[in-house]
Design a protein around this ligand. Structure first.
Ligand SMILES: O=P(O)(O)OC[C@H]1O[C@](O)(COP(=O)(O)O)[C@@H](O)[C@@H]1O
Ligand SMILES: [Mg+2]
Ligand SMILES: [Mg+2]
Length: 280
């Protein structure tokens, strides 16, 4: 695992450099979710693949930017699914973006998940690595330095409600309104990495991306976005559900499958469970 940790750090430094220097034009290509890829999406995907190719313990990789999984080392034991540049449509407005990694042993699947990691490229570059504990690292003068362990409180103060409100179910809207009426504050940039990072570092709250009338299976991708953050939240003392079931019990039929998702501390997730059990 140490070599994977190192490879992610090397990729993160190269991606930061690419964000700072590469132009941000769109390519002529679409990814498997039907989104036009930025040249930067493709570049970041290449960087990660290059770094992972040097790590013999990695058997197979799957990327949000590639249709199929790819075998790197037949004798490796780790399977890694990653979103090379999350929130890439926010690059042109200079908001924070990230990279997300889910690490599995033997095959892809929530039961086989052993670690998760994400990197935030903001005013500073930070990395969060969850294995037995969730640890925060800060890039300083070329090296990632350990900062602290991340633990969520039982109840938070922030609300990040994703999805087009017009297409929310009535009970979902009533639930979100209820949280605001209780004093929760809106924090939503449209980048999953900074939005969830904020909730993790400020003690808790709720990030939701529900099933909507236009996206009944949600928008966020199970392998590349939802499973890794579920692992990070669980490891930090929080919870992650799809409205009913724990995310880390869910399966997937295809590597690009999506799922509704809710990440938060105990208080907020209990409320989601209660509301969804009554209505969904
Ligand atoms: O614009 P919306 O519908 O709020 O969606 C925001 C979500 O989409 C994403 O940007 C998808 O990620 P990509 O940039 O990797 O496609 C998430 O980071 C974010 O939470
Ligand atoms: Mg993404
Ligand atoms: Mg992406």
């Amino acid at each position: 695992m140490r070599d994977i940790f190192d490879a992610i750090q090397k990729s993160a430094k190269r991606i930061k450099e690419a964000i700072d220097t590469k132009d941000i034009g769109y390519s002529q290509l679409e990814n498997s979710s039907g989104e036009t890829q930025l040249e930067l999406d493709i570049k970041c995907d290449m960087i990660i693949e290059e770094e992972f190719s040097k790590v013999s313990s990695i058997h197979t990789v799957a990327s949000e930017e590639k249709e199929h999984e790819e075998v790197l080392h037949e004798n490796g034991k780790y399977f890694i699914a990653y979103d090379p540049l999350d929130g890439s449509s926010l690059i042109d407005v200079n908001l924070s973006v990230g990279s997300i990694f889910g690490i599995y042993e033997g095959e892809f699947g929530t039961q086989k998940m052993v670690a998760a990691c994400y990197v935030v490229y903001g005013p500073r570059v930070e990395m969060v690595f969850a294995q037995n504990k969730t640890k925060l690292y800060l890039l300083q003068a070329g090296d990632f330095e350990f900062v602290k362990e991340i633990r969520l409180n039982e109840k938070g103060k922030l609300m990040a409600p994703g999805g087009t409100q017009q297409n929310w179910e009535k009970y979902h809207k009533a639930m979100i309104d209820g949280f605001f009426a209780e004093g929760y504050r809106l924090r939503y940039s449209g980048g999953m990495v900074p939005d969830l990072h904020q909730i993790l570092l400020k003690g808790g709250g709720l990030f939701s991306y529900p099933a909507t009338s236009d996206k009944p299976e949600g928008k966020l991708r199970r392998l590349f976005e939802v499973f890794p953050f579920a692992f990070v939240f669980k490891t930090s003392g929080g919870e992650a559900i799809d409205g009913k079931d724990e995310i880390l019990t869910l399966g997937h039929a295809h590597i690009h499958d999506t799922s509704p998702c809710f990440f938060g501390s105990k208080y907020e997730i209990d409320r989601v469970k209660e509301v969804y059990a009554r209505n969904a």
